[in-house]
Design a protein around this ligand. Structure first.
Ligand SMILES: NC(=O)c1ccc[n+]([C@@H]2O[C@H](COP(=O)([O-])OP(=O)(O)OC[C@H]3O[C@@H](n4cnc5c(N)ncnc54)[C@H](OP(=O)(O)O)[C@@H]3O)[C@@H](O)[C@H]2O)c1
Length: 264
């Protein structure tokens, strides 16, 4: 299927591994020009090498910490302005969860989770808006979580902040629609990215069991009985960012193997 990405200008914040890198691979294969951004130059260079080997095309890279450095999203978009003068697609893949009980969490923990899961997208979208307004069929996709629609116990901060992110998406869709800018969220379920691989490896070490035992345990409550591969989430991110989804905005679509039990 032709997703209509040929020549389109895309930035993926959080593109050095995981779902962001998998999205970059699809966009590059489909002919888009891509900048991937993250905190670590080493990670970005490694991703560029992998992506070039996998797709035959290399992304540009840009070092930006959109959580710790409030100005870095603006610096990234200044680079986009110089290079392309407009932006068609923005993907925000920064975020993650902490497994912890409510009574162990401090104000600092809550603020850090808010910055990681909500403010990261706020900053990226805010800095990109003038460039998106000048873009061709502009679209934003951010990464929510299945937990935004079906909260899990023991990860309260993600439940709260990913639900807040959906409020952000819906409100921005209302405010940006008249400029022709679409914004949507994809809600992954459990996905085999470094986020989960690191968590499962730590749990396996604590319990003295093989890491695959941890993955099997957490797959039990997923109707499809397995974790997603990053590409299975990225195809929805790419499709929502594409002109094929031209009448979809303000939505959050779960790609979760059926784990979220609610009707909406
Ligand atoms: N994996 C899952 O099971 C799952 C489930 C539900 C929701 N999600 C959501 O999906 C999104 C992507 O998850 P993932 O599993 O792909 O995560 P991941 O494997 O941890 O990858 C995160 C990406 O973001 C970058 N990053 C982290 N902090 C950053 C910062 N402050 N500034 C810029 N870049 C930063 C990382 O690169 P550097 O280290 O190089 O900075 C990396 O490229 C997140 O929003 C997550 O909450 C994932």
């Amino acid at each position: 299927m032709n997703l209509g990405f040929d020549g389109r200008r895309a930035v993926i914040v959080g593109g050095s591994y995981g779902i962001g890198e998998a999205t970059a691979a699809i966009l590059l294969r489909e002919g888009a020009q891509v900048i991937i951004a993250s905190r670590s130059r080493d990670n970005l260079e490694a991703a560029r090498t992998r992506l070039e080997a996998a797709t035959g095309r290399a992304p540009e890279i840009f070092v930006a910490d959109v959580v710790k450095d409030a100005g870095s999203a603006a610096a990234l978009m200044e680079e986009v302005r110089t290079r392309w003068s407009a932006l068609d697609l923005l993907v925000s893949a920064v975020g993650g969860s902490v497994r912890a009980d409510f009574d162990t969490l401090s104000d600092e923990d809550w603020l850090a989770s808010y910055e990681f899961n909500v403010l990261s997208t706020v900053r990226s979208v805010r800095a990109a808006l003038p460039l998106l307004a000048a873009g061709d069929a502009p679209a934003v996709v951010t990464l929510g979580a299945a937990a935004a629609k079906m909260p899990y116990a023991h990860q309260i901060m993600t439940n709260v902040h990913k639900a807040g992110l959906l409020g952000l998406v819906k409100t921005l869709a209302l405010e940006l629609g008249e400029k022709g800018i679409r914004i949507n969220a994809v809600g992954p379920g459990r996905t085999r990215t470094p986020l989960w691989i690191n968590r499962a490896t730590k749990m396996a070490a604590e319990r003295g069991v093989p890491v695959e035992e941890i993955f099997a345990e957490f797959a039990e409550e997923i109707p499809l009985r397995r974790f997603a591969e990053p590409n299975e989430i990225a195809v929805m991110v790419a499709w929502l960012a594409s002109p094929l989804a031209s009448y979809i905005t303000g939505q959050s679509i779960n790609v979760d193997g059926g784990i979220a039990r609610g009707l909406v």
